[in-house]
Ligand binder design. Structure first.
Ligand SMILES: NC(=O)c1ccc[n+]([C@@H]2O[C@H](COP(=O)([O-])OP(=O)(O)OC[C@H]3O[C@@H](n4cnc5c(N)ncnc54)[C@H](OP(=O)(O)O)[C@@H]3O)[C@@H](O)[C@H]2O)c1
Length: 398
């Protein structure tokens, strides 16, 4: 297969932009020419000569010699403007921006078809783990029962530090920010939004449904307490933030993002720090486990480089599961067993527990383990951040 010569316009020279630059410079097998880099802050010192940079996006978008735009900025709205304009001008695009892709998924899929261009975004879900291309190419005809995993490096780093070193939540969060693992707005990480954006992108490739993120229930780790960590350790579990998507029947799926107890015999137990892990369960391939760095400039840059390289061969996502159309419905009528740590009985009553298997009460706090319906959690989604509670999916089947 012949390679197209790539002339790249790069947007963003932060953690991932610089990571990509390093990865490209160290890659002996593949050369791509970065023609221009567009950034925002005129006062920032840069580690390469200023002649490489521009502050005007049109210097890239209107340059007909640039055939690939690589978008690595931290502003999802501006990223949307850049990416759509580039595609309408006939340029192929590589992006790592999960919020932008998830919020405009169907529209972006349609636009790339209309403009006959390619939009690749492997780094947007699981960073260095090639999960999107695997779902596209390897699982194109496989009956996929479910996919779950750890898709957010910052929260995994925080939970690891809390569990292994007993570090308080705020200190662990600050460390994740210092190490460049967190989003510019870390609430996107700790409230579970980031994991949900990735889950929505993965769902498009795993099942062919382009879900609005608003439709999917998410819950993060920002209210986790020492008590929750102590409880999980006593039981031999770690707490991980685990997005899930899976079939409920032939043509229907459900999905959600929730913290989950992971016992030591499970693959995800040893996925620590900024690492991500994805488990697929399928009819013939059975269970498979992918693991790799889920954050950081070089790890994410390597996934961006892989997309750039794929682009040079003319690669496009075909959205095979969408074309097949076997999954048509989405449901939140799904029972889950959860651990709920709470202070006030009236808060517990909100959840409508159907069965209770464990209950504990003390002066400090209470917890209950029992079965709830995902649709009830979804109804409570606006209220949950204001309650003094923490929820964990036990992951047990019943
Ligand atoms: N960090 C990770 O580990 C990771 C992993 C996977 C995906 N991602 C995604 O990768 C993208 C970049 O993340 P990052 O961590 O590299 O962010 P970052 O370190 O904050 O860097 C952001 C870059 O975007 C530039 N920028 C912001 N607004 C701009 C605009 N309007 N026009 C031109 N440039 C603009 C900034 O310019 P200045 O340099 O002038 O400030 C900066 O260079 C995000 O979508 C993020 O979600 C990140």
């Amino acid at each position: 297969m012949t390679r197209n010569k790539l002339r790249i316009g790069l947007f963003g020279y932060g953690c991932v932009g610089q990571g990509l630059h390093d990865v490209l410079n160290s890659s002996s097998g593949f050369k791509a020419d970065i023609v221009r880099i567009c950034v925002k802050d005129r006062t920032k010192k840069r580690r390469i000569p200023m002649s490489n940079f521009t502050f005007d996006k049109n210097d890239i978008l209107n340059d007909d010699s640039i055939n690939l735009v690589v978008e690595l900025i931290d502003d999802a709205d501006e990223a949307y403007n850049i990416v759509t304009t580039a595609m309408m001008k006939g340029k192929n695009v590589v992006t790592a921006n999960k919020m932008m892709v998830a919020n405009h998924f169907k529209e972006l899929v349609e636009l790339q078809q209309k403009c006959s261009v390619s939009l690749l975004y492997e780094a947007s879900a699981g960073a260095s783990i090639p999960i999107i291309r695997n779902l596209e190419e390897y699982y194109d005809n496989e009956l996929l029962y479910s996919l779950r995993g750890i898709l957010n490096g910052s929260t995994n780093y925080i939970l690891t530090k809390m569990h292994n070193e007993g570090i308080p939540y705020t200190q662990a969060l600050n460390e994740a920010i210092e190490k460049g693992f967190a989003e510019s707005d870390p609430t996107l990480d700790v409230e579970g939004f980031d994991a949900k954006f990735k889950l929505c992108i993965i769902t498009g490739h795993a099942y062919g449904l382009f879900l609005e993120p608003e439709m999917v229930f998410h819950y993060g780790i920002s209210t986790i307490s020492k008590f929750d960590i102590k409880y999980s350790k006593e039981k031999g579990y770690k707490i991980k933030l685990v997005p899930f998507v899976g079939k409920t029947c032939d043509n229907t799926i459900t999905s959600f993002v929730l913290p989950r107890f992971i016992s030591s015999d499970k693959y995800l137990y040893n996925v620590d720090n900024e690492y991500n892990g994805v488990i697929t369960e399928a009819a013939f391939a059975d269970k498979q486990f992918f693991c790799g760095k889920g954050a950081g400039g070089h790890a994410t840059g390597s996934a961006v480089l892989s997309d750039i390289s794929a682009n040079s061969y003319g690669y496009k996502y075909e959205y095979k599961k969408y074309q097949q159309g076997t999954v048509q419905n989405y449901t939140r009528d799904y029972k889950l067993e959860i651990y709920l740590r709470y202070k006030h009985e009236k808060d517990r009553d909100l959840f409508g527990f159907e069965e209770v298997s464990e209950y504990f009460s003390s002066k400090i706090c209470n917890y209950v383990i029992g079965v709830v319906n995902l649709s009830r959690l979804y109804e409570l989604r606006e209220q949950l951040p204001k309650l003094d509670v923490f929820i964990v999916n036990t992951g047990r089947r019943f």
